[in-house]
Design a protein around this ligand. Sequence first.
Ligand code: DLL
Length: 434
Amino acid sequence: MENKIYDPKMECISRDELFEIQSKRLAETVRRVYDNVPLYRKRMDEKGVRPEDIKTRDDLRLLPFTEKTDLRDCFPFGLLAAPKKEIVRIQGSSGTTGKPIVSGYTANDIEVWTEMVARALTAAGAGPDDIIQVAYGYGLFTGGLGAHQGAQRVGAMVIPMSSGNTQRQLMMMKELGSTMLCCTPSYATYLGETAREMGIVDDLKLKSGCFGAEPWSEEMRRNLEGLLNIDAMDIYGLTEIAGPGVSFECCAKNGCHVNEDHVIPEIIDPVTGEPMPYGVPGELVFTTITKEGQPMLRYRTHDICVLYDDPCPCGRTHVRMGRITGRTDDMLVIRGVNVFPSQIESVLVGINGVAPHYVIIAERENYTDSLEVQVELTENMFSDTVAHIETLRRQIADQIKSVVGIQCKITLVAPRSIPRSEGKAKRLIDNRKI
Ligand code: DLL
Protein backbone atom coordinates (compact mmCIF):
# COMPACT_ATOMS: atom_id res chain seq x y z
CA MET A 1 0.00 0.00 0.00
CA GLU A 2 1.21 3.46 -0.78
CA ASN A 3 2.47 5.33 2.23
CA LYS A 4 0.80 8.67 2.79
CA ILE A 5 3.70 11.08 3.13
CA TYR A 6 3.01 14.68 4.04
CA ASP A 7 3.43 17.60 1.69
CA PRO A 8 6.58 19.56 2.64
CA LYS A 9 5.61 22.54 0.43
CA MET A 10 3.71 24.18 3.29
CA GLU A 11 6.88 24.50 5.34
CA CYS A 12 8.56 26.71 2.75
CA ILE A 13 5.74 28.94 1.50
CA SER A 14 6.25 32.70 1.48
CA ARG A 15 5.31 34.67 4.56
CA ASP A 16 2.64 36.50 2.53
CA GLU A 17 1.00 33.27 1.43
CA LEU A 18 1.19 31.98 4.98
CA PHE A 19 -0.49 35.14 6.24
CA GLU A 20 -3.39 34.52 3.87
CA ILE A 21 -3.75 30.89 4.95
CA GLN A 22 -3.52 31.75 8.64
CA SER A 23 -6.08 34.54 8.30
CA LYS A 24 -8.60 32.29 6.57
CA ARG A 25 -8.12 29.42 9.01
CA LEU A 26 -8.24 31.74 12.02
CA ALA A 27 -11.55 33.22 10.91
CA GLU A 28 -12.98 29.72 10.44
CA THR A 29 -11.76 28.60 13.86
CA VAL A 30 -13.22 31.65 15.59
CA ARG A 31 -16.59 31.08 13.93
CA ARG A 32 -16.48 27.42 14.94
CA VAL A 33 -15.72 28.03 18.61
CA TYR A 34 -18.14 30.94 18.86
CA ASP A 35 -20.94 28.73 17.58
CA ASN A 36 -20.04 25.60 19.57
CA VAL A 37 -18.19 26.45 22.78
CA PRO A 38 -20.15 28.39 25.41
CA LEU A 39 -16.97 29.58 27.18
CA TYR A 40 -15.53 31.18 24.04
CA ARG A 41 -18.86 32.74 23.10
CA LYS A 42 -19.15 34.23 26.59
CA ARG A 43 -15.58 35.55 26.59
CA MET A 44 -15.93 37.09 23.15
CA ASP A 45 -19.29 38.64 24.03
CA GLU A 46 -17.73 40.13 27.17
CA LYS A 47 -15.02 41.71 25.01
CA GLY A 48 -17.56 42.86 22.47
CA VAL A 49 -15.87 40.85 19.70
CA ARG A 50 -17.97 39.23 16.98
CA PRO A 51 -16.64 36.35 14.84
CA GLU A 52 -16.88 38.57 11.75
CA ASP A 53 -14.47 41.05 13.37
CA ILE A 54 -11.68 38.51 12.93
CA LYS A 55 -10.69 38.98 9.32
CA THR A 56 -6.92 38.56 9.32
CA ARG A 57 -4.22 37.18 11.51
CA ASP A 58 -3.59 40.72 12.80
CA ASP A 59 -7.01 40.63 14.49
CA LEU A 60 -5.76 37.90 16.81
CA ARG A 61 -5.08 40.42 19.54
CA LEU A 62 -8.81 41.16 19.81
CA LEU A 63 -9.47 37.64 21.07
CA PRO A 64 -9.60 36.55 24.72
CA PHE A 65 -6.89 34.37 26.26
CA THR A 66 -7.45 30.77 27.37
CA GLU A 67 -5.77 29.31 30.46
CA LYS A 68 -5.06 25.84 31.83
CA THR A 69 -7.64 26.57 34.52
CA ASP A 70 -10.27 26.87 31.76
CA LEU A 71 -9.51 23.30 30.73
CA ARG A 72 -9.82 22.21 34.32
CA ASP A 73 -13.06 24.10 34.85
CA CYS A 74 -14.57 22.71 31.64
CA PHE A 75 -13.30 19.17 32.34
CA PRO A 76 -13.83 16.85 30.58
CA PHE A 77 -15.79 17.88 27.47
CA GLY A 78 -16.84 21.50 28.01
CA LEU A 79 -14.42 22.90 25.42
CA LEU A 80 -15.29 20.52 22.60
CA ALA A 81 -16.22 22.28 19.38
CA ALA A 82 -17.22 19.03 17.65
CA PRO A 83 -19.96 16.55 18.58
CA LYS A 84 -18.68 13.90 20.99
CA LYS A 85 -19.32 11.19 18.44
CA GLU A 86 -16.69 12.77 16.16
CA ILE A 87 -14.03 12.59 18.86
CA VAL A 88 -11.83 9.56 18.24
CA ARG A 89 -9.14 10.04 20.91
CA ILE A 90 -8.52 11.65 24.26
CA GLN A 91 -5.03 12.55 25.44
CA GLY A 92 -4.14 14.27 28.65
CA SER A 93 -1.53 15.67 30.97
CA SER A 94 -1.36 16.90 34.51
CA GLY A 95 -3.51 19.80 35.59
CA THR A 96 -2.92 22.02 38.57
CA THR A 97 -4.73 19.58 40.87
CA GLY A 98 -5.02 15.81 40.83
CA LYS A 99 -7.42 15.95 37.88
CA PRO A 100 -5.73 15.69 34.48
CA ILE A 101 -6.52 18.14 31.73
CA VAL A 102 -7.72 16.41 28.60
CA SER A 103 -7.90 17.20 24.93
CA GLY A 104 -10.29 15.61 22.41
CA TYR A 105 -9.18 14.90 18.84
CA THR A 106 -11.28 14.28 15.75
CA ALA A 107 -9.89 11.92 13.10
CA ASN A 108 -8.69 14.98 11.20
CA ASP A 109 -6.96 16.37 14.29
CA ILE A 110 -5.02 13.12 14.58
CA GLU A 111 -4.07 13.45 10.89
CA VAL A 112 -2.81 16.99 11.39
CA TRP A 113 -0.90 16.09 14.52
CA THR A 114 0.63 13.10 12.76
CA GLU A 115 1.78 15.37 9.96
CA MET A 116 3.32 17.80 12.44
CA VAL A 117 5.38 15.03 14.04
CA ALA A 118 6.27 13.61 10.61
CA ARG A 119 7.74 17.00 9.71
CA ALA A 120 9.77 16.97 12.92
CA LEU A 121 11.13 13.48 12.31
CA THR A 122 11.91 14.29 8.69
CA ALA A 123 13.81 17.37 9.79
CA ALA A 124 15.82 15.08 12.07
CA GLY A 125 16.66 12.90 9.07
CA ALA A 126 13.98 10.20 9.27
CA GLY A 127 12.70 8.29 6.25
CA PRO A 128 11.39 4.88 5.23
CA ASP A 129 14.77 3.21 5.86
CA ASP A 130 14.77 4.19 9.50
CA ILE A 131 14.03 2.15 12.57
CA ILE A 132 12.61 4.50 15.17
CA GLN A 133 12.60 3.52 18.81
CA VAL A 134 9.92 5.40 20.73
CA ALA A 135 10.84 5.54 24.39
CA TYR A 136 8.37 8.25 25.38
CA GLY A 137 5.59 6.91 27.59
CA TYR A 138 2.51 5.57 25.78
CA GLY A 139 -0.88 6.39 27.27
CA LEU A 140 -2.64 9.64 28.06
CA PHE A 141 0.71 11.42 27.70
CA THR A 142 1.06 12.55 24.09
CA GLY A 143 4.75 11.64 23.71
CA GLY A 144 4.49 7.92 22.91
CA LEU A 145 1.52 7.84 20.56
CA GLY A 146 2.47 11.18 18.98
CA ALA A 147 5.98 10.07 18.04
CA HIS A 148 4.62 6.68 16.99
CA GLN A 149 2.12 8.11 14.50
CA GLY A 150 4.68 10.50 13.02
CA ALA A 151 7.23 7.70 12.64
CA GLN A 152 4.69 5.55 10.78
CA ARG A 153 3.80 8.49 8.56
CA VAL A 154 7.39 8.89 7.34
CA GLY A 155 7.33 5.19 6.52
CA ALA A 156 9.82 4.14 9.17
CA MET A 157 9.73 0.92 11.16
CA VAL A 158 8.56 1.80 14.67
CA ILE A 159 9.58 0.10 17.88
CA PRO A 160 6.97 1.12 20.46
CA MET A 161 9.09 0.53 23.56
CA SER A 162 7.46 3.17 25.79
CA SER A 163 9.61 4.56 28.61
CA GLY A 164 11.67 2.70 31.20
CA ASN A 165 13.17 -0.77 31.27
CA THR A 166 16.59 0.53 30.31
CA GLN A 167 18.44 -2.76 29.78
CA ARG A 168 15.68 -3.99 27.50
CA GLN A 169 15.64 -0.70 25.59
CA LEU A 170 19.35 -1.03 24.91
CA MET A 171 19.11 -4.69 23.99
CA MET A 172 16.38 -3.90 21.43
CA MET A 173 18.27 -0.85 20.20
CA LYS A 174 21.32 -3.01 19.53
CA GLU A 175 19.62 -6.14 18.20
CA LEU A 176 17.06 -4.39 15.97
CA GLY A 177 19.50 -1.71 14.86
CA SER A 178 17.42 1.34 15.82
CA THR A 179 18.59 4.36 13.86
CA MET A 180 16.56 7.00 15.69
CA LEU A 181 15.50 7.48 19.28
CA CYS A 182 12.54 9.48 20.58
CA CYS A 183 12.39 10.17 24.33
CA THR A 184 13.06 12.88 26.87
CA PRO A 185 16.61 14.27 26.76
CA SER A 186 17.20 13.18 30.35
CA TYR A 187 16.18 9.60 29.60
CA ALA A 188 18.30 9.62 26.44
CA THR A 189 21.26 10.71 28.56
CA TYR A 190 20.62 7.89 30.96
CA LEU A 191 20.36 5.42 28.09
CA GLY A 192 23.63 6.80 26.70
CA GLU A 193 25.44 6.49 30.00
CA THR A 194 24.19 2.96 30.50
CA ALA A 195 25.19 2.01 26.95
CA ARG A 196 28.68 3.37 27.68
CA GLU A 197 28.91 1.37 30.89
CA MET A 198 27.86 -1.74 29.01
CA GLY A 199 30.43 -0.98 26.30
CA ILE A 200 27.88 -1.28 23.49
CA VAL A 201 27.85 2.24 22.02
CA ASP A 202 29.91 1.17 19.00
CA ASP A 203 27.44 -1.64 18.29
CA LEU A 204 24.51 0.79 18.00
CA LYS A 205 23.25 2.16 14.68
CA LEU A 206 21.66 5.30 16.10
CA LYS A 207 22.20 8.42 14.02
CA SER A 208 19.80 10.93 15.53
CA GLY A 209 16.98 11.52 17.96
CA CYS A 210 14.05 13.84 18.67
CA PHE A 211 14.10 14.86 22.28
CA GLY A 212 11.63 17.00 24.16
CA ALA A 213 8.83 17.21 26.73
CA GLU A 214 11.16 18.95 29.20
CA PRO A 215 13.56 21.91 29.17
CA TRP A 216 17.14 21.18 28.17
CA SER A 217 20.24 23.12 27.22
CA GLU A 218 22.95 23.31 24.57
CA GLU A 219 25.36 21.79 27.06
CA MET A 220 23.02 18.86 27.54
CA ARG A 221 22.77 18.47 23.77
CA ARG A 222 26.56 18.34 23.37
CA ASN A 223 26.84 15.77 26.13
CA LEU A 224 24.08 13.60 24.64
CA GLU A 225 25.48 13.81 21.12
CA GLY A 226 28.87 12.71 22.43
CA LEU A 227 27.47 9.88 24.54
CA LEU A 228 25.51 8.26 21.72
CA ASN A 229 27.34 9.62 18.64
CA ILE A 230 24.12 11.15 17.30
CA ASP A 231 22.52 14.40 16.21
CA ALA A 232 20.20 15.39 19.06
CA MET A 233 17.25 17.50 17.90
CA ASP A 234 14.76 19.40 20.00
CA ILE A 235 11.00 18.84 19.67
CA TYR A 236 8.43 20.90 21.56
CA GLY A 237 4.74 20.58 22.15
CA LEU A 238 1.92 20.49 24.63
CA THR A 239 -1.23 18.45 25.04
CA GLU A 240 -3.56 21.42 24.90
CA ILE A 241 -2.39 22.35 21.40
CA ALA A 242 -1.67 18.91 19.87
CA GLY A 243 1.19 17.12 21.60
CA PRO A 244 4.80 16.82 20.37
CA GLY A 245 5.50 18.49 17.04
CA VAL A 246 3.99 21.91 17.67
CA SER A 247 7.54 22.97 16.82
CA PHE A 248 10.77 21.15 16.02
CA GLU A 249 14.39 21.72 15.12
CA CYS A 250 15.90 21.42 11.67
CA CYS A 251 19.51 20.63 10.69
CA ALA A 252 20.52 24.23 11.51
CA LYS A 253 19.82 23.47 15.21
CA ASN A 254 19.01 27.09 15.86
CA GLY A 255 15.50 26.96 17.31
CA CYS A 256 12.30 25.02 16.72
CA HIS A 257 10.21 25.87 13.63
CA VAL A 258 6.58 26.32 14.67
CA ASN A 259 4.09 24.52 12.41
CA GLU A 260 2.53 27.86 11.56
CA ASP A 261 0.01 26.57 9.06
CA HIS A 262 -1.67 24.79 12.00
CA VAL A 263 -0.91 27.01 14.99
CA ILE A 264 -0.22 30.72 15.35
CA PRO A 265 2.39 31.58 17.98
CA GLU A 266 2.57 34.89 19.81
CA ILE A 267 4.84 36.21 22.52
CA ILE A 268 3.12 38.37 25.11
CA ASP A 269 4.23 40.34 28.11
CA PRO A 270 3.17 37.96 30.91
CA VAL A 271 2.06 40.82 33.14
CA THR A 272 0.18 43.10 30.74
CA GLY A 273 -0.80 40.50 28.14
CA GLU A 274 0.42 42.85 25.38
CA PRO A 275 1.86 41.16 22.27
CA MET A 276 5.64 41.57 21.97
CA PRO A 277 7.72 41.82 18.80
CA TYR A 278 9.86 38.98 17.47
CA GLY A 279 13.22 38.76 19.25
CA VAL A 280 11.91 39.78 22.67
CA PRO A 281 11.46 37.13 25.38
CA GLY A 282 8.03 36.67 26.90
CA GLU A 283 5.25 34.16 27.40
CA LEU A 284 4.42 31.89 24.50
CA VAL A 285 0.78 31.84 23.40
CA PHE A 286 -0.75 29.57 20.76
CA THR A 287 -3.94 29.68 18.72
CA THR A 288 -4.86 26.52 16.85
CA ILE A 289 -6.22 27.16 13.35
CA THR A 290 -6.96 23.69 12.01
CA LYS A 291 -8.10 21.86 15.13
CA GLU A 292 -11.72 20.68 15.13
CA GLY A 293 -12.17 18.75 18.38
CA GLN A 294 -10.84 21.17 20.94
CA PRO A 295 -9.54 24.34 19.31
CA MET A 296 -7.65 26.78 21.52
CA LEU A 297 -7.82 30.55 21.25
CA ARG A 298 -4.70 32.35 22.48
CA TYR A 299 -3.75 29.60 24.90
CA ARG A 300 -1.25 30.83 27.48
CA THR A 301 1.43 28.17 27.75
CA HIS A 302 3.30 29.95 30.57
CA ASP A 303 6.50 28.86 28.81
CA ILE A 304 9.02 31.66 28.39
CA CYS A 305 10.95 31.94 25.15
CA VAL A 306 11.77 34.15 22.14
CA LEU A 307 10.38 33.91 18.60
CA TYR A 308 12.70 34.53 15.63
CA ASP A 309 11.55 35.35 12.12
CA ASP A 310 14.93 35.75 10.42
CA PRO A 311 15.53 33.36 7.51
CA CYS A 312 16.74 29.88 8.39
CA PRO A 313 19.43 28.23 6.23
CA CYS A 314 17.22 25.12 5.95
CA GLY A 315 14.72 26.99 3.75
CA ARG A 316 11.73 26.59 6.04
CA THR A 317 9.87 29.87 6.37
CA HIS A 318 8.02 29.15 9.61
CA VAL A 319 9.19 31.19 12.61
CA ARG A 320 11.44 29.57 15.19
CA MET A 321 11.20 29.43 18.97
CA GLY A 322 14.34 29.65 21.09
CA ARG A 323 14.75 27.22 23.97
CA ILE A 324 12.25 27.40 26.80
CA THR A 325 14.10 29.33 29.48
CA GLY A 326 11.53 29.23 32.26
CA ARG A 327 7.89 29.37 33.27
CA THR A 328 5.66 32.20 34.39
CA ASP A 329 3.85 29.88 36.81
CA ASP A 330 5.06 27.32 39.32
CA MET A 331 4.82 24.28 37.05
CA LEU A 332 7.91 22.09 37.12
CA VAL A 333 8.77 19.64 34.38
CA ILE A 334 10.49 16.67 35.98
CA ARG A 335 11.70 13.98 33.58
CA GLY A 336 9.00 15.06 31.12
CA VAL A 337 6.21 14.99 33.68
CA ASN A 338 4.45 18.26 34.52
CA VAL A 339 4.25 18.77 38.25
CA PHE A 340 2.36 21.50 40.08
CA PRO A 341 3.13 22.14 43.77
CA SER A 342 -0.66 22.36 44.29
CA GLN A 343 -0.99 18.67 43.32
CA ILE A 344 1.48 17.73 46.06
CA GLU A 345 -0.29 19.98 48.52
CA SER A 346 -3.65 18.36 47.70
CA VAL A 347 -2.17 15.00 48.73
CA LEU A 348 -0.54 16.29 51.92
CA VAL A 349 -3.66 17.99 53.28
CA GLY A 350 -5.53 14.68 53.16
CA ILE A 351 -2.97 12.78 55.25
CA ASN A 352 -3.10 12.49 59.03
CA GLY A 353 0.19 12.90 60.83
CA VAL A 354 1.70 15.67 58.72
CA ALA A 355 1.36 19.42 59.14
CA PRO A 356 0.54 21.73 56.19
CA HIS A 357 4.15 22.84 56.03
CA TYR A 358 6.30 21.51 53.25
CA VAL A 359 8.98 22.41 50.74
CA ILE A 360 9.51 20.92 47.34
CA ILE A 361 13.11 20.79 46.17
CA ALA A 362 14.00 20.13 42.53
CA GLU A 363 17.56 18.96 41.80
CA ARG A 364 19.37 18.09 38.61
CA GLU A 365 22.23 15.64 38.82
CA ASN A 366 23.89 14.15 35.81
CA TYR A 367 21.22 15.74 33.56
CA THR A 368 18.44 13.93 35.41
CA ASP A 369 15.88 15.76 37.53
CA SER A 370 14.59 14.59 40.87
CA LEU A 371 12.10 15.94 43.39
CA GLU A 372 12.31 15.86 47.14
CA VAL A 373 9.34 16.79 49.31
CA GLN A 374 10.15 17.74 52.88
CA VAL A 375 7.09 17.55 55.12
CA GLU A 376 6.70 18.40 58.76
CA LEU A 377 5.34 15.76 61.09
CA THR A 378 2.71 16.72 63.65
CA GLU A 379 3.82 16.67 67.33
CA ASN A 380 1.86 13.44 67.91
CA MET A 381 3.33 11.65 64.96
CA PHE A 382 6.82 12.87 65.77
CA SER A 383 6.71 10.97 69.06
CA ASP A 384 5.35 7.81 67.44
CA THR A 385 7.43 4.72 66.62
CA VAL A 386 10.01 4.71 63.84
CA ALA A 387 8.01 1.96 62.10
CA HIS A 388 4.84 4.08 62.04
CA ILE A 389 6.73 7.04 60.69
CA GLU A 390 8.24 4.90 57.94
CA THR A 391 4.75 3.60 57.01
CA LEU A 392 3.55 7.19 56.79
CA ARG A 393 6.51 8.13 54.60
CA ARG A 394 5.70 5.32 52.21
CA GLN A 395 2.01 6.24 52.16
CA ILE A 396 2.88 9.82 51.20
CA ALA A 397 5.30 8.67 48.51
CA ASP A 398 2.71 6.28 47.02
CA GLN A 399 -0.09 8.85 47.01
CA ILE A 400 2.09 11.52 45.45
CA LYS A 401 3.22 9.00 42.82
CA SER A 402 -0.38 8.17 41.96
CA VAL A 403 -1.45 11.81 41.68
CA VAL A 404 1.63 13.37 40.14
CA GLY A 405 2.97 10.40 38.22
CA ILE A 406 6.55 10.37 39.43
CA GLN A 407 8.41 8.98 42.40
CA CYS A 408 9.51 11.69 44.84
CA LYS A 409 11.91 11.40 47.73
CA ILE A 410 9.89 12.09 50.89
CA THR A 411 11.75 13.46 53.89
CA LEU A 412 9.76 13.77 57.12
CA VAL A 413 11.13 16.51 59.33
CA ALA A 414 10.54 17.62 62.93
CA PRO A 415 7.61 19.91 63.80
CA ARG A 416 8.37 23.62 63.19
CA SER A 417 11.63 22.89 61.40
CA ILE A 418 10.56 24.29 58.02
CA PRO A 419 11.18 28.05 58.04
CA ARG A 420 7.94 30.07 58.26
CA SER A 421 7.52 32.96 55.93
CA GLU A 422 5.98 36.31 56.72
CA GLY A 423 4.81 36.77 53.19
CA LYS A 424 4.07 34.26 50.48
CA ALA A 425 5.41 30.91 51.64
CA LYS A 426 8.43 29.78 49.63
CA ARG A 427 7.38 26.23 48.96
CA LEU A 428 9.47 25.56 45.95
CA ILE A 429 13.25 25.51 45.69
CA ASP A 430 14.50 24.86 42.19
CA ASN A 431 18.21 24.09 42.34
CA ARG A 432 18.40 23.02 38.69
CA LYS A 433 20.61 25.07 36.42
CA ILE A 434 19.07 24.55 33.02
O1 DLL B 1 5.35 17.28 26.89
C1 DLL B 1 4.38 16.99 24.70
C2 DLL B 1 5.68 16.49 24.18
C3 DLL B 1 5.92 15.13 24.17
C4 DLL B 1 6.62 17.38 23.66
C5 DLL B 1 7.12 14.65 23.65
C6 DLL B 1 7.80 16.91 23.13
C7 DLL B 1 8.04 15.56 23.12
P1 DLL B 1 2.70 18.12 28.04
O2 DLL B 1 2.83 16.93 28.89
O3 DLL B 1 1.37 18.74 27.91
O4 DLL B 1 3.13 17.81 26.57
O5 DLL B 1 3.73 19.20 28.57
C8 DLL B 1 3.90 20.43 27.89
O6 DLL B 1 6.23 20.53 28.58
O7 DLL B 1 4.38 23.54 28.09
C9 DLL B 1 6.71 22.80 28.26
O8 DLL B 1 6.71 23.42 29.54
C10 DLL B 1 7.32 21.41 28.38
N1 DLL B 1 8.02 21.04 27.13
C11 DLL B 1 7.58 20.25 26.15
N2 DLL B 1 8.53 20.13 25.18
C12 DLL B 1 9.59 20.90 25.59
C13 DLL B 1 10.86 21.21 25.03
C14 DLL B 1 4.38 17.36 26.17
N3 DLL B 1 11.30 20.70 23.89
C15 DLL B 1 4.98 21.26 28.57
N4 DLL B 1 11.65 22.07 25.72
C16 DLL B 1 5.29 22.51 27.81
C17 DLL B 1 11.25 22.60 26.89
C18 DLL B 1 9.25 21.49 26.82
N5 DLL B 1 10.08 22.33 27.47
